[in-house]
Design a protein around this ligand. Structure first.
Ligand code: SF4
Length: 457
């Protein structure tokens, strides 16, 4: 996903006292999850505050940055393919930087593989970026910000946010779960929660700046524990954020099934501003596979949590992540995952073939599932889920839903936005300026991934 920084974002940005008026340009491209997207907002803020200007053309940028993802092999490979285009950067007096999970995972080996790269910086070192940029600008050829610095601050004074109405807020970093397939604990470090005071102060600042929707982020967001007084629970934090004047929606992602409790469902039931959507990765429908994945819950426990969510007084939409072809996954295990799709009735599924990752136990296991079999299972699963989504979305026809409008598709003459349940709605309206507004839309059509309707005036 390209982080396309609008020039208008330059207006009113703070400028660091010591920042050189460099007049240099940067191109920043982001791969991976919302945590990475938000990290890129922080990085863009630092660069803008130093006087760099954004460009959408990597060929013309003085500084090219890739904020990388290593959750799957393909994503990591893609970065090296992109880097290959900048071999002549040093002789052109341009710099290339690798940030994020691949940077943390590969470290200084990146310099061996792509010697024209001059900055390698992991996500736990972004607060050191001004110092690292000083060294880069002074001509140093190999600058690194690596290591999982657990004393990092979550403060985001110069964050250059990408979206005008919806803002990400990191509330917890890292992960202690150590699933046997996942690189996150080694690329983002141990779990550390941010205190409720600074989180709520950031939400209040965002509301004052005109943001109406905040999305709390964390690799396991519901594992959040207030590190100091007042010692809020995660559900209490959601309720407190929802009460900040000006905030109309509070979202959160990603939840871990083991930490997801009834108090979160009660908070959603009781407070309309907390969005009626839970993303609850299951990964597999087979307890045997879940044990090997070290997910710390069984199929039955997961289904109990789903029943809890489904019995709520508000209809809560449910999405998940699934890995097919995990080492040792049999046809019976896979059948249990397909069966879980039916039982859970997901509104969206992000499904992927298992991808062996460095520094993870499952990489070494000998019972890997052959690639063609993984592809077959993935296609089956996606097709079944597509049908389920069509059936579920069709139930929305005839309803009137509130949509936060976040875009306009000129060619189709449609506005687009999202419901509290995170469904995408495309709709027509005679109104000329709806961006950032909450509007009522009567739903008339449904596809697997979006709804269509008309603005009710
Ligand atoms: S819970 Fe598991 S899959 Fe999720 S970030 Fe932590 S280790 Fe990775």
């Amino acid at each position: 996903m390209l982080v396309d920084v609008p020039l208008a974002a330059l207006a009113g940005l703070p400028r660091a006292e010591s920042a050189p008026a460099s007049g240099r340009t940067f191109y920043l491209e982001t791969f991976g999850c919302q945590m990475n997207v938000h990290d890129s907002e922080k990085v863009a803020g630092v660069l803008l505050a130093r006087g760099y200007r954004p460009t959408t053309d990597p060929e013309r940028a003085d500084l090219v940055l890739y904020n990388t993802c290593s959750i799957r092999e393909k994503a990591a490979q893609k970065v090296f393919t992109h880097l290959g285009k900048f071999k002549k950067a040093p002789e052109q007096n341009r710099s290339v930087a690798v940030l994020g999970c691949v940077a943390e995972q590969e470290g200084e080996r990146i310099f061996d593989r792509a010697p024209w790269v001059s900055l390698v910086c992991g996500s736990a070192s972004y607060r050191r970026l001004p110092e690292l940029l000083d060294r880069l600008e002074a001509g140093e050829r190999r600058v690194t910000g690596l290591g999982l610095d657990v004393d990092e601050t979550f403060e985001t004074d110069v964050t250059r946010r990408d979206h005008p109405f919806r803002a990400y807020v990191t509330i917890i970093e890292g992960c202690d779960k150590h699933c046997t397939f996942c690189v996150v604990p080694s690329t983002r470090g141990p779990e550390r929660s941010r205190a409720s005071g600074p989180i709520l102060a950031e939400v209040a600042r965002l509301a004052a700046a005109g943001y109406t929707e905040v999305q709390f982020l964390g690799q396991t967001v519901d594992s959040w524990r207030d590190p100091g007084p007042p010692g809020l629970r995660f559900s209490q934090l959601l309720l407190a954020a929802a009460q900040v004047p000006g905030i109309r929606r509070v979202r959160f992602t990603t939840s871990h099934p083991r930490d997801f409790g009834p108090d979160i469902v009660r908070a959603i039931e009781d407070c309309p501003a907390i969005c009626e959507h839970v993303h609850l990765p299951v990964q597999s429908g087979s307890t045997r596979v879940l044990e090997r994945m070290r997910r710390r819950y069984t199929r039955e426990e997961y289904l109990e949590t789903i029943s809890l969510i489904r019995s709520a007084r508000r209809p809560i939409s449910l999405t998940t992540d699934i890995i097919v072809g995990f080492p040792g996954e049999t046809e019976d295990d896979f059948a249990l995952t397909l069966d879980l799709l039916e039982r859970a009735g997901y509104d969206g599924v992000f499904a992927f073939k298992y991808s062996p990752r460095p520094n993870t136990p499952a990489l070494e296991w000998s019972d890997q599932v052959p690639e063609p079999e993984k592809s077959r299972r993935l296609a089956l699963l996606l097709e079944r889920q597509r049908q389920i989504q069509i059936e579920r979305n069709r139930k929305m026809i005839g309803q009137t839903l509130e949509v936060l409008v976040d875009g306009r598709h000129e060619a189709r003459g449609q506005w687009t936005g999202r419901t509290s349940s995170n469904r995408v709605v495309n709709f027509t309206s005679p109104a000329t300026d709806l961006l950032g507004q909450y509007t009522q839309v009567a739903i008339s059509q449904a596809g697997p991934n979006s709804l269509v309707g008309e603005h009710t005036l």
